[in-house]
Design a protein around this ligand. Structure first.
Ligand code: SAH
Length: 351
C-alpha cells in the first residue's frame, strides 16, 4: 500500500531513494516541491526524472485524507473539514488579519480533557493524529493562499490536547520551522495546553522558543476543577509552577487563556482573584468570550460584563487582551464544524 510521504520526510525517504538508486539530494528537491511549490501531485515535480516521479506515485501519496468541506467567512477566515484515511474527521482553520496569515491546527481526533464547555471533547478522544496528518493540515491550508502569500503564524488550538500528543506534534512542527520546510519561526508558533506539567517540562527542556499558552479559565481550583475536570488530578499550583519554569528556560512571555462564561467565571470577584494570581508574572491574559456550542448550556457574557471584567484586570495592572471572535458565522471554534458535519451527513460536499 502507498505510504504517506508527509510521514516519511526523514530517514525513511532517504532509505527509499537509496533503494531506487537515486541520490540523497532528491529528498531536498521533493521537499521543495511539497513546501514551496505546493505540489498536489508527484507528476508536477518536473525537476525529477520521470522514472522517479512514477516510482513516487506508485509508493507514496501526498495527501492521506481529503478535504470534505470548506467554509469561508466574510472576514477571510476559512475552515476545512478533513476526512482522514480511517474516516475520522478533523478541522483546521486559516485566519487572515492584516498581513498575518495564521493557521489553527488539530492534534487529536476528539479530546480526553473533558472541558465542560468545549465541543471537541464531548465524545472523548478517538486517537492521536500522526505527524503526517498534522503536517497535512498546514499544507492544505497553505494551498488556500495565493502563491505569494505565506503562512506567518501557527496556533495549535484546534481539536485535542497538543501536549498529550507531543512527539507527533514536535515532529510536524520541526517541518514547519525547518529551512527546508515552511520556514516559520518558532516564536510565531503557539502551543495551547490545558496544562500538563510533565509535558510542559519536556517542552521547556528542548529550548525551542515556542510560545506557550495555558488555558486557565478559573482563578481557583474549586471552579477550575468543575470546568476543566483534569484539573482535579493536577491542580493549578503545579501548572503555574511548570509555566514559570517554561518562562525561565525559554525567556518567552507566557499567555494564559480564559474563556469567559456568563454567570460562571465572569464576576468582579473572579477578575480580582485572577489578577492576584497572575500578578508578578511576565504574562499576557487572553480573554475569549465564549463561543456558544449547540447543545451545551453555556452562554457568552453581555458586553457590559465583559468590559467590567477587562477594566478590573487592567486596573490591577494585568496585561489583558480580549480576543476578537473570528469566523463565528462558520462555527470556527474548536470541534464545532465536525459535530455539525456528523449530525448532517446529507449536507456534505466541498463548497
Ligand atoms: N487543549 C488545548 C487546546 C484547545 S483549544 C487547550 O486546552 O488549551 C484552545 C482554546 O479554546 C482553549 O483555551 C479552550 O478552552 C478554548 N475553547 C474551547 N471551546 C471554546 C468555545 N466554545 N468558545 C471559546 N473558547 C473555547
Amino acid at each position: 500500500m502507498a505510504q504517506h510521504i508527509l510521514e516519511h520526510l526523514d530517514r525513511r525517504l532517504l532509505a527509499w531513494l537509496a533503494e531506487q538508486g537515486e541520490p540523497g539530494f532528491r529528498a531536498r528537491q521533493i521537499r521543495h516541491w511539497l513546501f514551496d511549490r505546493r505540489a498536489e501531485s508527484f507528476d508536477e515535480m518536473n525537476e525529477l526524472p520521470k522514472k522517479l516521479r512514477e516510482a513516487l506515485a506508485r509508493d507514496y501519496v501526498i495527501w492521506s485524507g481529503e478535504v470534505e468541506r470548506v467554509r469561508q467567512a466574510e472576514d477571510g477566515t476559512e475552515k476545512l473539514l478533513l476526512r482522514l484515511e480511517d474516516g475520522e474527521r478533523i478541522e483546521c482553520v486559516l485566519l487572515r488579519d492584516g498581513d498575518r496569515r495564521s493557521i489553527c491546527i488539530s492534534t487529536q481526533v476528539g479530546c480526553a480533557m473533558g472541558c465542560v464547555f468545549c465541543a471537541s471533547g464531548l465524545d472523548g478522544v478517538k486517537r492521536n493524529l500522526r505527524r503526517g496528518e498534522i503536517l497535512e493540515q498546514m499544507l492544505r491550508l497553505q494551498q488556500r493562499l495565493p502563491p505569494r502569500e505565506r503562512i506567518s503564524h501557527i496556533v495549535v488550538m484546534g481539536m485535542g490536547e497538543p501536549l498529550a500528543n507531543l512527539d507527533n506534534l514536535l515532529a510536524a512542527l520541526a517541518e514547519a520551522t525547518s529551512r527546508e520546510g515552511l520556514r516559520i519561526s518558532a516564536r510565531r508558533i503557539t502551543i495551547s495546553t490545558v496544562g500538563l506539567p510533565a509535558a510542559i517540562d519536556r517542552l521547556a527542556a528542548l529550548g525551542i522558543p515556542y510560545h506557550l499558552a495555558v488555558s486557565l479559565h478559573a482563578p481557583d481550583n474549586a471552579l477550575r476543577s468543575r470546568l476543566v475536570p483534569v484539573n482535579r488530578k493536577i491542580g493549578m499550583e503545579a501548572i503555574l509552577a511548570a509555566a514559570d519554569r517554561y518562562f525561565h528556560r525559554t525567556g518567552r512571555k507566557l499567555t494564559f487563556e480564559y474563556v469567559l462564561l456568563r454567570g460562571i467565571n465572569d464576576t468582579p470577584n473572579h477578575a480580582r482573584k485572577l489578577a492576584a494570581l497572575l500578578r508578578g508574572r511576565t504574562a499576557l491574559l487572553n480573554v475569549i468570550p465564549y463561543n456558544p456550542v449547540a447543545g451545551l448550556p453555556y452562554q457568552t457574557p453581555d458586553e457590559r460584563t465583559q468590559r467590567r471584567f477587562e477594566y478590573i484586570l487592567r486596573r490591577e495592572g494585568i496585561n489583558v487582551y480580549f480576543r476578537e471572535r473570528k469566523g463565528d458565522a462558520i462555527d470556527a471554534a474548536c470541534g464545532q464544524l465536525r459535530r455539525i458535519s456528523e449530525a448532517s451527513h446529507d449536507q456534505q460536499g466541498a463548497g
